[in-house]
Design a protein around this ligand. Structure first.
Ligand code: ZN
Length: 102
């Protein structure tokens, strides 16, 4: 299985992503703490999974992301996830009056 960073960085050229986890302490005695794992692309949470194990929550969130990105063309990825990682590199060349209206 292709790992998420490889898919995002090497194949889609996106560097602005991260997998974050958040733990919620149990408020009721006997209840287990909950772990929330989130896959963020360009500061937006796109995939998440919750469970008692942070490791598994992370794994499931990453798997959901990989599944959604599977077979997704690069241009479609950038449009859907508002990714401008590739464009921003050669922005100096086309920083003229084109504006952003299309
Ligand atoms: Zn990006």
């Amino acid at each position: 299985m292709v790992r998420l960073p490889r898919r995002l960085e090497n194949e889609l050229g996106c560097k602005d992503y991260r997998v974050a986890t958040h733990t919620t302490q149990a408020s009721v005695t006997g209840e287990k703490e909950r772990n929330l794992a989130m896959v963020m692309i360009h500061d937006k949470v796109w995939f998440h999974s919750a469970g008692t194990s942070a490791r598994y929550a992370k794994k499931r969130a990453a798997e959901a992301a990989l599944e959604a990105l599977d077979g997704l063309p690069e241009f479609e990825f950038r449009k859907r996830y508002r990714c401008d990682c590739v464009d921003s590199e050669d922005k100096a060349d086309k920083e003229d009056e084109t504006g952003g209206s299309w």
